[in-house]
Design a protein around this ligand. Structure first.
Ligand code: URA
Length: 206
């Protein structure tokens, strides 16, 4: 019965998806997160952007990509003339996973089971929005969408297909740009991320 639930599709009425995501208890992450963060954006967007999971600020605000990684994304998107407001922005995993260090909450990567349980919601979002292109930012999004957990260094900039057949452009996660210290590596990451966003814009204008 567990497996049947996992593989059948969510088929609730249109408009009720965010509430269904908010009520999710499919994996243990809901126990510690403040709230689930559902996707945001036009319900018929051509572009869907998928990150890893909400961070500290997203967990508190209930909106995707509003913290430091979101600011990096917004800056590079502006450079590539990619209008975030026209995209449906979401995450592979809808609840924030962290370990507490005093008052700080340190991000932890979701594991394969959490990614798989949450793919139910990502699939539901894809089914509703029907994007022409999905931008997978980082390894978690790439794994959830394509099923392949292979590192993204060699995959970025290329278009693969989601398990449901939608083209998926693989790119870096914007938080990587915040983490790298070496200026040359930082510059390269910025340039690669910018190129990939330009590829997305071009794909959709063709
Ligand atoms: N990182 C993500 O992957 N998603 C967010 O919403 C914020 C930070």
């Amino acid at each position: 019965a567990q497996l049947a639930t996992c593989h059948s599709a969510w088929d609730g009425p249109k408009g009720t998806l965010p509430a269904a995501i908010s009520a999710c208890t499919r994996c243990p992450l809901h126990q510690t997160a403040t709230q689930a963060v559902a996707g945001e954006g036009p319900a018929d967007a051509d572009l869907m952007i998928v990150g890893e999971q909400p961070g500290d600020m997203e967990d508190l605000s209930g909106k995707p990509f509003v913290g430091p990684a979101g600011q990096v994304f917004d800056r590079v998107a502006g450079e590539a003339r990619l209008d975030r407001n026209q995209a449906y922005v979401t995450n592979a995993v809808k609840h924030f996973k962290f370990t507490a260090r005093g008052k700080r909450r340190l991000h932890q990567r979701p594991n394969t089971s959490e990614i798989q349980h949450c793919r139910w919601w990502l699939d539901a979002e894809i089914t509703q929005v029907k994007p022409k292109l999905i931008l997978a930012m980082g390894a978690t999004a790439a794994q959830s969408l394509t099923g392949s957990g292979e590192g993204i260094t060699r995959r970025r900039g290329t278009i693969e297909h989601s398990l449901t057949g939608t083209p998926v452009l693989i790119t870096l996660h914007p938080s990587y740009l915040l983490r790298v210290r070496d200026p040359k590596t930082q510059q390269q990451a910025h340039s690669e991320f910018q190129q990939d966003l330009l590829t997305a814009v071009r794909f959709l204008s063709d």
